[in-house]
Write a protein that binds this ligand. Structure first.
Ligand code: ZN
Length: 629
């Protein structure tokens, strides 16, 4: 069945000038202005009949000229809405209007939007202007609009793959997963899903702690062929889930990547940062900013709980996983209900200072794949109150000594959570008003957090909407951009908190600070994330106090005299939460697969699930495959 022809046939003759796909959505263009403004319920009829999203847009030939349209739009929207940038997407007859107060630009029950449509014959889309400007977000936007013609073709091609019917042999019923990375280990998460019709990768991470041969997922596994890949699904932006993604484009992949909007922005930022760091270290990066751009061009963003076909027999829905901004659990409905998989990605099953707890309700689920970072029997974390208290004490005693606190953090998540905690503790009078320095990229990530408040928990969301209460814009939050500024903070500044990447002290500015600060017993080094095996962070946590670095070709030893401690702000569920999650989750899975944890933790968690819930469990190794049906 040619769905586009069927749809056009149902509409008044000659009303549609062009019909096409935007991935799983159907877009119709009309030259009839009256029909565009009032389609008399015809489009709703189509949506009901085909159960697809259908959008009607004006044909580009009837839209008002851009200059005139912009003038008109600015006249129509009241000044209080704070209209900023207006961007036209002529290929798709859309105009994106950025405003400080989107509600005022939309008008009561969309009244203003209707006026704009009528006056300019464009489809207006109102977006919130992020309170912190970010070059990265603006760069991503520019990439998408400058390549609007290619983007339109790509989305149409993606739609054809979904709707044009089966291309791979006869209809049989089987589902198979191969674990290409991140199984019985943390790092390089990558799962390959095969069905009779589809080839899908879920996460494409790198292991930043690995050596050359085990840093990347096993894309050379015999069952995997990049040329046959239909789609990539990304759970969240951390590099152990997205680090190798641009490389696929370098190798010739030109299909879609599905994720949430914050995930797209944060992963692009982290990947660009890695390219920059590798250049700085004189290494040949595995890909360049050009491939990151290619990835952005091929990314299709979905909201949580938005159901979308991604191939003829796989339907995707994201759910909140509570881990970092935009982080998602991946629900895959295969073969129209034949088998349903939930992959948790990284999971937090408690409300944090930033995010709501992970969702637990799914329409259907037979197989659950769950992370096991803290899946061991003894991996119990302190309560938020306790960790607040310990953090306050740590900062207080460092400040009393006249020292600074160095917090090595992952790019996304912990630094922003720490800002919110400190902001609250300062407001409550429990901490002195000392500056928090965000090094380099952390500032840009923070800007992304403020750009998508709808992904944060209710409390922080409210704070962000009030300029004076936005914790990320408080006067104590400061940006560090250069080596010179870093040295100034270390040498001249008084007590302060410094957040810098990387979180495991394996490269990045946190190592620069560490070298300068380690020998001074006034300072404190506080780890806040999981420390991978073999990393400098893990060695220091394990008690090593003499660290040798190669500086300009010379070996130099640093004696660690600063206090070493940790701050418990984990974005991962601990053992208790992992057990609770299964107790709460609906419906109950028939099989649970554990991954993303050290071997003993994956095994321990799988065995506890088996004993408690009498379900089939697996803790596969890398390269192992499981047939689900
Ligand atoms: Zn993560």
């Amino acid at each position: 069945m040619d769905i586009l022809k069927e749809i056009v046939k149902m509409l008044p003759p000659n009303s549609i000038s062009e019909a096409g796909f935007e991935a799983a959505n159907i877009v119709l263009y009309t030259k009839d202005a009256d029909f565009f403004l009032d389609n008399r319920g015809e489009i709703k009829k189509l949506v009901d009949a085909f159960k697809k999203r259908v959008e009607l847009r004006p044909d580009p030939s009837i839209t008002l000229g851009q200059e005139k349209a912009e003038k008109k739009i600015r006249e129509l929207i009241p000044a209080e809405a704070g209209v900023d940038e207006i961007i036209f997407d002529p290929e798709r007859s859309r105009v994106i209007i950025h405003a400080d107060k989107p509600g005022l630009a939309i008008g009561k029950q969309g009244a203003l939007l209707r006026d704009i449509r009528k006056e300019v014959l464009w489809v207006p889309i109102i977006k919130r202007m992020p309170p912190i400007r970010s070059k990265l977000i603006e760069g991503i936007r520019a990439t998408l609009y400058q390549n609007s013609a290619y983007r339109k073709k790509f989305l149409d091609r993606t739609g054809h793959r979904i709707y044009d019917g089966w291309i791979r042999g006869k209809k049989s019923e089987w589902v198979r997963l191969t674990f290409l990375g991140g199984a019985r280990q943390v790092g390089r998460s990558c799962i390959f899903l095969q069905t009779p019709e589809s080839r899908v990768l879920i996460d494409v991470g790198i292991d930043v702690t690995g050596s050359d041969h085990d840093m990347f997922p096993m894309l050379d596994a015999p069952e995997f062929n990049l040329k046959e890949l239909d789609a990539v699904v990304i759970s969240h932006a951390h590099m152990d889930h997205t680090g190798l993604l641009p490389y696929l484009y370098k190798m010739g992949y030109n299909g879609p990547v599905y994720c949430t909007t914050p995930t797209r922005d944060i992963m692009a930022l982290l990947q660009l940062d890695m390219v920059k760091i590798q250049h700085g270290e004189g290494k040949e990066p595995i890909y360049t900013s050009e491939e990151v751009k290619q990835m952005v061009l091929h990314t299709i963003c979905l909201e949580w709980e938005e159901v979308t076909d991604i191939t003829p027999d796989v339907r995707l829905t994201f759910y909140n996983s509570g881990h970092i901004l935009g982080s998602s659990m991946v629900h895959l409905n295969i073969g129209n209900g034949l088998h349903n998989i939930v992959y948790t990605g990284d999971l937090k099953f408690a409300r944090t200072n930033l995010l709501e707890a992970a969702d637990t309700q799914f329409p259907r689920m037979e197989t659950l794949i769950i992370e096991s970072t803290y899946g061991g029997r003894d991996n119990i974390m302190t309560t938020p109150q306790e960790s607040d208290n310990r953090f306050v004490e740590l900062v207080q005693r460092t400040v009393e000594r006249g020292g600074k606190v160095l917090l090595p953090v992952l790019g996304s998540g912990r630094a922003q959570e720490i800002i919110v905690i400190i902001d609250r503790l300062v407001r409550e009078g429990r901490l002195p008003k000392i500056p928090i320095y965000l090094d380099g990229m952390l500032w840009d990530i923070t800007a992304i957090y403020t750009a998508y408040p709808e992904y944060l928990n209710r409390v922080v969301r409210k704070l962000i909407f009030h300029k004076d209460e936005n914790p990320f814009m408080g006067e104590i939050v400061k940006r560090v951009g250069s080596h010179k500024e870093r040295m100034k903070i270390i040498e001249e500044e008084g007590p302060c908190i410094i957040c810098a990447t990387s979180g495991m002290l394996n490269g990045g500015p946190s190592v620069e600070y560490f070298k300068q600060m380690s020998s001074n017993e006034k300072h404190t080094l506080a780890f806040s994330s999981y420390q991978g095996e073999g990393t400098l962070g893990r060695r220091i946590q394990g008690g090593e106090r003499e660290i040798t670095f190669m500086n300009d070709g010379k070996m130099q030893t640093y004696v660690v005299k600063m206090e070493v401690d940790r701050v418990e702000v984990s974005g991962h569920a601990d053992r208790r939460e992992l057990m609770n999650f299964i107790a709460r989750v609906q419906p109950k899975p028939k099989r649970i697969i554990t991954m993303h944890g050290e071997s003993s933790r994956c095994l321990d968690l799988a065995s506890s699930y088996h004993k408690t819930y009498r379900v089939e469990t697996n803790a596969p190794k890398v390269l192992e495959a499981i047939r689900l049906r």
